[in-house]
Design a protein around this ligand. Structure first.
Ligand code: DX5
Ligand code: ZN
Length: 217
């Protein structure tokens, strides 16, 4: 069963609780929260206080995507704020295995994100240390960009590399209903969507439309 994770980056930050309630009503499986530091990516978003505020307003699992340098410095704060999954970028981690172990020790699920130019082989020696892989299908930093087609082959190669391990493969960036089926067929188990959900007039309907497209025969 494919999971849909709306990214709040495209939500109305002044009415976040309302927007979250909308996607919950649409059957969203988890919430994707983009944390940017203005260093790893050229944009700044939110920190642990906002994650803690969201935690009080929803029962959905919180999938926190850290687009920050030295993520190990902030992992404990995000877990304490209520993150269920913490994803770090392989490009931002000098000691990736240690950081993944740190996330698991704190009781969260450990994720690694791959920039579009990073090959799946970067994960070869941490395959048993991770619970999810986030394949970036845009260069991280902004919502509303176009899906980079090479992500299709990357998802397929990643699935081969993961073998039978029960690891989630999540795809983030430019995901719209019309791409959902091909991404799911490649082997993705979670679709992250920001502008396709919160840019729609009816975000609940948009979540349902992406799921319907992904699971169509
Ligand atoms: C981009 C973020 C994404 C973003 C996706 O750096 O990681 O999660 O919100 O937005 P869309 O779905 O609009 O490409
Ligand atoms: Zn993201």
């Amino acid at each position: 069963m494919i999971k849909i994770a709306p990214s709040i980056l495209s939500a109305d930050f002044a009415a976040l609780a309302t927007d979250i309630a909308r996607v919950e009503a649409g059957g969203a499986d988890q919430l994707h929260i983009d944390v940017m530091d203005g260093r790893f990516v050229p944009n700044i978003t939110i920190g642990p206080v906002v994650v803690a505020a969201i935690r009080k307003r929803t029962r959905l699992p919180l999938d926190v995507h850290l687009m920050i340098v030295e993520p190990e410095r902030y992992v404990p704060e995000f877990v304490a704020a209520g993150a269920d999954m913490v994803t770090v970028h392989v490009e931002a981690c000098t000691h990736l295995q240690r950081t993944l172990a740190q996330i698991r020790e704190l009781g969260a699920r450990a994720g690694v994100a791959l920039n579009p130019s990073t090959p799946p082989a970067a994960l070869e020696f941490v395959l048993d240390d991770l619970d999810l892989v986030l394949v970036m299908s845009v260069n991280p930093g902004f919502g509303g960009q176009s899906f980079i087609p090479s992500a299709h082959r990357k998802i397929r190669e990643l699935r081969k590399l993961l073998g039978t391990r029960p690891v989630d493969v999540s795809v983030d960036g430019g995901v719209k209903a019309d791409l959902a089926k091909s991404i799911a067929d490649d082997g993705a188990s979670t679709l992250v969507a920001g502008s396709a959900v919160f840019g729609a007039a009816d975000p609940a309907a948009a979540v349902r439309a992406i799921r319907a497209a992904a699971t169509a025969a």
